[in-house]
Design a protein around this ligand. Structure first.
Ligand SMILES: C[S@@+](CC[C@H](N)C(=O)[O-])C[C@H]1O[C@@H](n2cnc3c(N)ncnc32)[C@H](O)[C@@H]1O
Length: 221
């Protein structure tokens, strides 16, 4: 199985545990800072339309809904999309995986002010092709905004395995994910037709530890 297939297969197996973990607010870093950080990062652009890719069970879409705003959530795992629809029946959620998006599956959805990912970019070679395709789904003045993992400065880009040991709940499948350093993200974005405008480290409010990186990117001319 290729790495992208392994990632998606694992997420299909983990859907039920993930929903429970989110429902019970079991991810400490999210409660401490990263959930609020991605909401604020997106809202600084005052967008009228947002496409949330790898939306999971849809919490971010629900948090971003405002009157007059179009919010669409997409994920490759049908159980997560079904849960998103159950929780928000007036919302717009569709099941497409990144491979389908690379092949144009979102062409009916038009263009958005913001395309967002919250901890949902795990591939190595597939990511530049996905980001490149997404240029067609953002308005010319729009932005790509995503939150991702940050490791220590000595860490180079490379594959890791999430074994879920940090969480109390049982997750059936470990999954591989590709870590990119901030410099590697800049280069990947450039290669995909985007310019990284700002990169903000999100810190734990008490310990000051780095929890994540939020990147805002604009289309290259
Ligand atoms: C860590 S979860 C984050 C979910 C959500 N963004 C959130 O903040 O709770 C990663 C998400 O990426 C989705 N994902 C991973 N690989 C995918 C792929 N190839 N196509 C579509 N979705 C994918 C998973 O199904 C999962 O919902």
């Amino acid at each position: 199985m290729s790495k992208p297939q392994e990632i998606l297969t694992a997420w299909k197996a983990n859907g039920g545990s993930w929903i429970q973990a989110i429902n019970q607010q079991e991810l400490a870093s999210r409660n401490a800072a990263t959930n609020a950080a991605i909401i604020n990062a997106i809202n600084t652009h005052c967008p009228n339309s947002i496409l949330d890719l790898g939306c999971g069970e849809g919490w971010l879409c629900r948090a971003l809904v405002q009157s007059g705003r179009k919010v669409v959530g997409i994920d490759g795992v049908s159980s997560l999309i079904e849960d998103a629809i159950d929780k928000d029946q007036s919302g717009s959620y569709y099941c497409h995986d990144y491979d389908a998006i690379r092949k144009g599956a979102l062409s009916q959805l038009g263009q958005f002010d913001i395309i967002a990912f919250n901890f949902a970019l795990f591939e190595e070679q597939g990511t530049p092709t996905l980001l490149s395709q997404l240029r067609h789904h953002v308005v010319p003045t729009g932005s790509l905004v995503f939150q991702t993992v940050i490791l220590g400065n000595e860490e180079s880009s490379g594959w890791h395995q999430e074994d879920w040991r940090a969480l109390k709940r049982d997750f059936p499948a470990a999954f591989p994910w590709y870590y990119r350093t901030p410099d590697d993200w800049k280069a990947t974005l450039q290669e995909s037709g985007w310019n990284a405008v700002t990169m903000d480290r999100i810190l734990h409010p008490e310990s000051g530890a780095s929890l994540s990186l939020i990147i805002h990117a604009k289309l290259l001319p």
